[in-house]
Structure formats: structure tokens, C-alpha cells
Design a protein around this ligand. Structure first.
Ligand code: GLC
Length: 420
């Protein structure tokens, strides 16, 4: 009897979903609260559809994740149906993904058009936008107030305030205090930070929209030289090996005045057990001098379905569920992940949870893009050359002048004389 009832319940669940239950798999990131939020979203989709999705975790470093994906996709592996991909990858990996426009019922029209354009390769929508990102400046409200400082408008002001507050706090007994933490390891994260410095000094975006290499200029040199001056003064020498989570670790334990990071650090920094809860402010990253500009690198993640998937329809249903307005709203409120659906930037609950989604709307809507569209499949080589050049300047091994002269040559070779 029991079994018959159980059978009837299962049958009706399957009938209401009108499909047979399938099992697929999805790769989710695990930076900050990402994994937890992905699990919850997947569980809700499972409940609604009767399908199952296994979650495959991937390395935190974007650079390592790309290497793993390239291996799997080049081998036509069926292990992962849904891939979480970086905003800079459609040109590198797009050929391995299906056209989601066939399953989306036009849902992409609610999202930022620039991200949809970014995810469209040769007229195919290779990924749905999931969350967007832009670099922002975190600061300790309590410390700035204590030392009568305002949030900095320029890098020069940041450097001065960071040094002053750090020195005073050390004097007062906190010998672990640093002025400014950020992402300095030789990986994609450093490309993001360094692009912000360069763009903020009006030094361009490494390669411009038309594919012209622009990095070898005086403003870019000034930007990198300024950043090199932070090492072991306001930034710990260890910053040269920091990713996002290492920087957050230092800031969240209360040992840094300023931090450059993505919006996800907001929710965690304000969680119940965070030593800096309610002590954090967020503003746009500083300008390079009075004539510079505020620049936050555009980041973000998309969901794509592998061409090698045996269940593309089920996989696409998961993608559409996770990228929907309801899920993006939940992720914004719980985890401060930026929606890619424009209307959510006017949602009261979202703005209460993350006020700077409103005050920094421009930073998110007009982030500084990395040159991944212009350089297409070559982007990772370009970025690799740029982060290595930057890392060697930060390490004090070469001058910015020598590093950028060499980088210029390397990029010419990679681009085969500008043809990309
Ligand atoms: C964030 C961004 C992503 C970027 C990465 C670098 O995850 O969203 O676009 O490539 O950081 O570490």
C-alpha cells in the first residue's frame, strides 16, 4: 500500500513536470558564497522540474578554471553540461556551446544589452548572463572617521590616507594593520586590477576596440609605477600572491584600511560573525590624479550549455532558471552578486541589502571592459603577457618603461601585426 502511494506520488510529480527525470551536471564557482548560492538555486530547480543536477566545483582562480575547461572541451567531454563562464571567454570557448536563443524565449532582452552582445558570437547566444561584476573600493568607515579622512578621489589621496592611518594604528598597537589590499598574483585578477590603474590614468585598455595595441604610453607607465610604490609601504609584500579571497581575508579580519575587490565581499563583510560588520563603505575606485577617471574593470559570469551535452534541453532549462529575475534577486540580496537584469537596480529590497548597487549604478552599467572582444581567441595570451609584465614591475624587477616596451613587442607578435 505504502509503495503504491509512493509510486503514485512519483508518477504525478513526473507527469506535472511532463518529462522524464534526467541527471545533468553544472560547474559552479566557489569564491565566497558562490557554491552555497548555486546549490540552493539548483535545489529549487530540481524541485520544480523533477530533474537532478550534480554540482562540480572548480578552482577559484579564473586562470586555472579556463585551463580546466579548455582541456575538457577540447576532448569533447560529456562530464559537464552547464558551464559557468567568465565574461572574457565567449571568444575563446564560444564554439563549444549551443545557441541558447533557441531555448530562451527572448529572456535575454531583460538583461544589459552590452553583456548580451558580449555573449553573442557569430550571431549565436553562447551564454546567458548570470551576474555582472566591477571592481570597487572598500574602506573602513570607522577608521576614516577616526582620522578625519574622506573616501579618496584619487590614487594619490588613497596612498596618503592609507599610510597615515596604517602608521597611526600600528603605533596604537595593531602591528598587523595594512593600508591597502588587492589582487597582485600573476593571474587574470591582476589584469583586472592593473587595467583599472591604467584606465584611471587615461592610459587606455591595453588593446583598443579596433584591435590597436595601445599599452606602451606614458600614462600607463605612471599607473604601474604608482602601484609598484605601494608594495611594502601600504600593501603587504604578500599581496604579490593574493587573489580575491586573500585580500578579503585581510580586510575582513580588520587588518586593512582599504581593499579593492568585487561586490561579493560586501555581504560577507557584513555577515554576523564579521569583525568589520557595519564598518564598511564602498565607493568607485580612485582616479589617476585630478585629470584621471574612475575605472572599474567589468567582470562577471555567464551560464553556457556544452555542445557535447546529452541533455541540452534539460541543461538549458537549468540555465534559464538560474539566470531568471527571481534567482538574480535572491543572489543579490543574500550574496551581493550584481544582477544582469536592469530592472533589479530599481528594486527596493535589492537596494536596501546592497545600497551601492544604486549609488554606483554607473560603475556597473559602464564598467571598463578588458579587450576580449577585439582579441577574440587570443585574449588569454594577451592577458597573460599583461599580468606578467605588471607583476615584474610590481616585484621591482624592471621599470614600467622597460616592461611596457617589451609587452608592446610581445603583443605585436601575438597579434601577428595587429590582425589578431
Ligand atoms: C571575478 C570577475 C571575473 C574576473 C575574475 C578575475 O570573478 O567576475 O570576470 O575574470 O574576477 O579574478
Amino acid at each position: 500500500m505504502k509503495r503504491a502511494i509512493f509510486g503514485a506520488v512519483v508518477a504525478s510529480t513526473l507527469l506535472s513536470a511532463n518529462v522524464y527525470a534526467e541527471t545533468i551536471s553544472i560547474s559552479c564557482g566557489a569564491v565566497g558564497q558562490e557554491l552555497e548560492l548555486c546549490q540552493e538555486g539548483v535545489a529549487a530547480w530540481e524541485k520544480e522540474t523533477g530533474h537532478t543536477a550534480k554540482i562540480v566545483t572548480t578552482p577559484n582562480s579564473t586562470t586555472e578554471r579556463l585551463a580546466l575547461y579548455q582541456q575538457l572541451l577540447a576532448a569533447g567531454a560529456k562530464d559537464i553540461d552547464v558551464f559557468q563562464i567568465d565574461v572574457i571567454w565567449p571568444g575563446i570557448l564560444g564554439n563549444h556551446f549551443i545557441d541558447l536563443a533557441e531555448y530562451s524565449n527572448g529572456a535575454q532582452d531583460q538583461h544589459f544589452p552590452s553583456i548580451v552582445a558580449n555573449n553573442t558570437v557569430k550571431d549565436r547566444l553562447v551564454a546567458m548572463p548570470w551576474f555582472t561584476d566591477a571592481g570597487v573600493l572598500y574602506y573602513r568607515k570607522d577608521l576614516l572617521e577616526k582620522y578625519d579622512e574622506q573616501p579618496p578621489e584619487t590614487w594619490e589621496q588613497l596612498t596618503e590616507a592609507a599610510q597615515k592611518i596604517m602608521d597611526a594604528e600600528r603605533e596604537a598597537g595593531n602591528d598587523k594593520m595594512w593600508g591597502f589590499v588587492w589582487q597582485g598574483r600573476a593571474y587574470e585578477g591582476l589584469t583586472c586590477d592593473a587595467l583599472e590603474w591604467v584606465a584611471s590614468y587615461n592610459g587606455g585598455t591595453i588593446v583598443d576596440e579596433n584591435g590597436k595595441i595601445t599599452i606602451n604610453n606614458d600614462n600607463a607607465k605612471q599607473a604601474l609605477t604608482t602601484a609598484a610604490g605601494w608594495i611594502n609601504t601600504i600593501s603587504p609584500p604578500g599581496v604579490l600572491n593574493y587573489g580575491e579571497e586573500e585580500a578579503r581575508g585581510v580586510f575582513q579580519t580588520g587588518n586593512a584600511v582599504f581593499m579593492r575587490n568585487w561586490p561579493y565581499a560586501w555581504s560577507l563583510g557584513n555577515s554576523e560573525d564579521s569583525p568589520v560588520k557595519d564598518k564598511i563603505g564602498v565607493v568607485a575606485l580612485p582616479k589617476g590624479g585630478e585629470d584621471g577617471s574612475h575605472a572599474g574593470t567589468l567582470g562577471g559570469w555567464q551560464l553556457a550549455v556544452s555542445k557535447y551535452s546529452e541533455n541540452p534541453e534539460v541543461a538549458a532549462s537549468l540555465v534559464m532558471y538560474l539566470t531568471s529575475l527571481e534567482e538574480q534577486k535572491r543572489r543579490a540580496i543574500v550574496g551581493s552578486y550584481n544582477p544582469t537584469i536592469e530592472s533589479l537596480y530599481e528594486d527596493e529590497e535589492v537596494l536596501t541589502a546592497v545600497p551601492f548597487f544604486g549609488s554606483l549604478y554607473n560603475t556597473f552599467a559602464n564598467g571598463t571592459p578588458r579587450p576580449s572582444t577585439a582579441t577574440g581567441a587570443k585574449y588569454n595570451q594577451v592577458s597573460n603577457a599583461f599580468w606578467n609584465a605588471t607583476h615584474s614591475v610590481l616585484s621591482g624587477n624592471v621599470t614600467a618603461d622597460a616592461a611596457l616596451t617589451k609587452l608592446n613587442k610581445d603583443l605585436k607578435r601575438i597579434s601577428r601585426g595587429g590582425r589578431w
